[in-house]
Design a protein around this ligand. Structure first.
Ligand SMILES: NC(=O)c1ccc[n+]([C@@H]2O[C@H](COP(=O)([O-])OP(=O)(O)OC[C@H]3O[C@@H](n4cnc5c(N)ncnc54)[C@H](O)[C@@H]3O)[C@@H](O)[C@H]2O)c1
Length: 474
């Protein structure tokens, strides 16, 4: 395992990219980008050597312009992508469970079947993949796919360690001129995300001071499940374990319903990061979209007593973020499993919001769930005369269909709202919080180097241990 995680510079133009993205509808941007791309191709190659990108002459949705895509993880969350993929060429299906392959084959009968994602990624003519496998394989699949020139949609969480998050982000940044990526935080398309961003950016609560997010799920587990029986013949259990250290088979890891089975394994350190990576990915996104943050300079975490096998149920994590060009330095927090930030008023019961965000500013508060919000001005001159609501013409445009946004991006403009730069930073921060929780003290972080500067013990925890034969960056 490498300890020299690549240095990932902050992306200085991330904010500008967001602003550019919000100024143009995906549709318009697509068309403009396609035209630009086409003209550039002609300029570069001349007409004799004209190599046309497969996008693009007749628009992203033209029948001739289908994407050759593979679905990895073909049941459960995988099924949520059937609709968006139905308009493309699904050329390959990959699942460690042959019954789940058969399930997806009913929808995509022409696709070739794989049980090992490493072989699937080498499918001839493949252009893009959607990854819905277990969390502990996401960074592997994403890195390997980008290294092969494939566009990637990866379900959340994007990584299972700080090192994984940094590598996925670095691989993406190297390839961002040619690849489209999207982390599967599809709630990002809810229009409330835009409204929250506008209120914060436009100063409805004055100058932003602090942001807290929380989720109330509680899934306690005592420890890894004991050996029980043999894996069924249709399940390639060793491939399911993949890079994870060995744990014996137990049907309990596979007992959840479709789209919920992740709750049967994601509490265990080797397979996931509990609610931090699960609902934390969605809920922190509500804040992340509004605060234009990069990596924190410190992290701390406290909660349930540390269990080396299972992630904590109750937990709170806090991060210091430097100022940027529109706000001062802020503190960003995540609370879970019953822990909550203090409510700004006795009559606002944060417990009633299962997953939410609280923004605190010099002139008041904004409390948001995924799809609604309350603005709560304080008594310190917060008469709202300083704040000008947007007009219908100036509100941020709706994102549209989240999965389709990525498909359009693969075919032309490469622009998505939750690319691996945006999502990579966010999950790196969250996973760093788990490291701070494990060492039980506040740690200082050098985000450019990817190093904890005051705890050698914490540095050791930035990475996972893998089984021999598995390479993160293959
Ligand atoms: N965006 C969302 O709202 C959302 C919702 C649910 C789940 N998810 C995410 O989707 C992922 C899958 O969750 P799930 O509940 O469907 O889990 P699951 O355990 O049901 O796995 C999904 C499918 O992937 C297959 N699979 C597992 N490991 C594989 C591997 N190494 N190679 C190929 N196939 C493999 C399984 O056999 C199954 O068919 C998780 O990372 C979870 O966080 C996201």
């Amino acid at each position: 395992m490498k300890t020299d995680a690549p240095s990932v510079p902050q992306s200085p133009d991330r904010r500008k990219a967001i602003a550019r993205y919000h100024k143009t509808t995906p549709q318009n941007e697509n068309t403009t980008m396609q035209r630009r791309h086409f003209l550039k191709s002609i300029a570069l190659t001349g007409t004799a050597g004209l190599v046309l990108p497969r996008t693009r002459l007749f628009g992203a949705d033209a029948p001739s312009n289908k994407l050759n895509v593979a679905l990895l993880g073909t049941w459960g969350r995988g099924e949520a992508h059937f609709g968006a993929l139905a308009s493309e060429n699904v050329v390959a299906l990959c699942d460690v469970n042959e019954e789940h392959l058969a399930f997806a084959a009913k929808k995509f009968p022409d696709a070739k079947h794989y049980t090992d994602w490493r072989q699937c990624l080498d499918h001839q003519g493949l252009e893009a993949i959607v990854c819905c496998t277990t969390d502990h394989t996401h960074a592997f699949v994403a890195n390997w796919a980008m290294n092969r020139g494939l566009h990637v949609y990866c379900e959340k969480p994007l990584a299972n360690s700080v090192e994984e998050a940094r590598l996925v982000r670095a691989t993406y940044l190297k390839n961002k001129h040619k690849l489209a990526t999207q982390v599967g935080t599809q709630r990002h398309a809810i229009e409330n995300f835009n409204r929250v961003r506008e209120l914060i950016r436009d100063g409805a609560i004055g100058e932003l001071q602090e942001v807290s997010t929380w989720g109330d799920r509680q899934i306690p587990r005592p420890g890894y499940l004991p050996a029980q029986g043999e894996p069924p013949s249709y399940l390639h259990y060793d491939l399911w374990l993949g890079p994870s250290p060995f744990h014996p088979y137990n049907p309990g890891y596979f007992a959840g319903g479709p789209g919920m089975n992740c709750l049967s394994w994601n509490m265990y350190w080797d397979f996931g990061s509990g609610q931090v990576g699960d609902m934390g990915s969605h809920t922190m996104d509500l804040a992340w979209n509004a605060i234009d943050a990069g990596l924190p300079t410190s992290a701390e975490g406290k909660g349930d007593p540390f269990n080396p096998e299972v992630t904590p149920v109750r937990l709170q994590m806090h991060f210091d973020h430097p100022s940027n060009d529109w706000r001062p330095a802020i503190r960003v927090s995540w609370y879970q499993g019953g822990a909550l930030p203090e409510s700004p008023a006795r009559f606002i019961d944060l417990k009633k919001i299962d997953h939410g965000a609280l923004f605190e500013g010099t002139k008041g508060y904004l409390v948001a769930s995924f799809d609604s919000r309350i603005l709560f001005p304080n008594d310190r001159g917060a008469d709202l005369t300083y704040y000008k609501p947007r007009t219908k013409e100036t509100v941020l445009p709706p994102l549209g269909d989240f999965q389709k946004q990525w498909i359009h991006a693969c075919k032309g403009n490469l622009k998505t709202s939750c690319d691996f730069d945006y999502g990579g930073n966010m999950i790196e921060m969250m996973l760093l919080g788990l490291v701070a929780y494990r060492v039980g003290k506040k740690i200082s972080y050098d985000g450019a180097a990817g190093r904890v500067t005051d705890s050698p013990e914490a540095n050791e925890l930035l990475r996972c241990t893998y089984r021999p034969g598995w390479t993160l960056n293959g």
